[in-house]
Design a protein around this ligand. Structure first.
Ligand code: OGA
Ligand code: NI
Length: 306
């Protein structure tokens, strides 16, 4: 309905997206155009990657944040006080494409999957811009998004845990980018914070879960808030989730959209920051709620006194 419906259907869908962004910061997408066969292939290929021997995987045990491929455990073992029950594979896939050589065919699958999901992200971003009352291609123009947007692929593996109630897969956090698009296998584990409670997310088969990241909160000047979420583990089955984080180009300074501001009633609530710096900040500290956003919040009292 967003891309192929009548103008009226598109309008209604944009309103629904706007409502979801306001109230939840999360929504589910169906009929998204990414073929099920490709989704299944991506899931299978991810499993095969984690099934490689540790020796083979160690080749990708990148140390630095901007290493193109990083395989690891927990969130940031250099600073995590408690380790999380999670292994990950993180790959910078756009604008430069990277992929592990193994398993065979993984690279082609990642490339196609990430391209299709990026197309979906671009359509959703246009809808979200319109829901904010901005021109639909606002973000694409302001940030050269079509060519240079940054896309990070994060594959999460949560093995079954003998004592799931005392561990966490991923602690409460918000995501750094503009949007995250998540696919998961059959096992529920994602919880979203809403009205002071943790709500388990159990999306319909074949759908994607989409959430607002910190950079959309900044860009929308706080209208659409990034929302806390966490991943819990279970005692029986391995859970895999494939997240793609869609952000602005790494060297773009993102601040609140000028068109949403006015000096008297709507001052900027966040200062501009380069996405690269923000990523550095978030990924080199402990994952701790939405604390990273505090670094870019403007103290309202400061602006009032000027
Ligand atoms: C993430 C994330 C949730 C999940 O990768 O940022 O929140 O369900 N993942 O794995
Ligand atoms: Ni997340």
């Amino acid at each position: 309905m967003l891309t192929s419906g009548s103008p009226e259907q598109r309008y209604k869908t944009i309103q629904a997206i706007g409502n979801a962004c306001l109230k939840w910061g999360f929504f589910e997408v169906i009929n998204h155009g990414v073929p099920n066969t490709l989704r299944d292939e991506m899931m299978r290929a991810s499993e095969s990657f984690f099934d490689l021997s540790d020796e083979q995987k160690r080749e990708y045990a990148g140390k630095k944040l901007f290493d193109p491929i990083r395989w690891g455990t927990s969130f940031n073992v250099n600073v995590d006080k408690t380790l999380f029950w999670r292994d990950y594979l993180k790959i910078h896939v756009h604008p430069q494409f990277n992929a592990p050589q193994n398993p065979l065919g993984f690279s082609e699958t990642i490339q196609e999957y990430c391209k299709r999901v990026r197309e979906l992200a671009n359509e959703l971003l246009k809808g979200i811009m319109e829901s904010l009352g901005l021109e639909e291609s606002y973000i694409q123009k302001a940030m050269d998004l079509e060519t240079d947007s940054h896309q990070l692929l994060v594959v999460n593996l949560y093995p079954p845990c003998p004592q799931p109630e005392v561990v966490m897969g991923l602690p409460p956090h918000s995501d750094h980018g503009l949007l995250t698009i998540l696919m998961q296998n059959d096992h529920v584990g994602l919880h979203v914070r809403h009205d002071g409670k943790w709500i388990p997310v159990n999306p319909p088969p074949g759908s994607f879960v989409v959430n607002i990241g910190d950079h959309m909160e900044i860009l929308s000047n706080g209208k659409y808030k990034s929302v806390l979420h966490r991943a819990v583990v279970n005692g029986k089955a391995t859970r895999i989730s494939v997240a793609t984080a869609h952000g602005p180009p790494l060297d773009t300074v993102v601040g609140p959209a000028q068109d949403l501001l006015d000096n008297e009633n709507r001052p900027p609530l966040y200062r501009g920051i380069k996405y690269r710096e923000y990523l550095q900040l978030q990924q080199s500290n402990q994952l701790n709620g939405k604390s990273c956003l505090d670094h870019v919040k403007v103290n309202i009292n400061d602006t009032c006194c000027k």
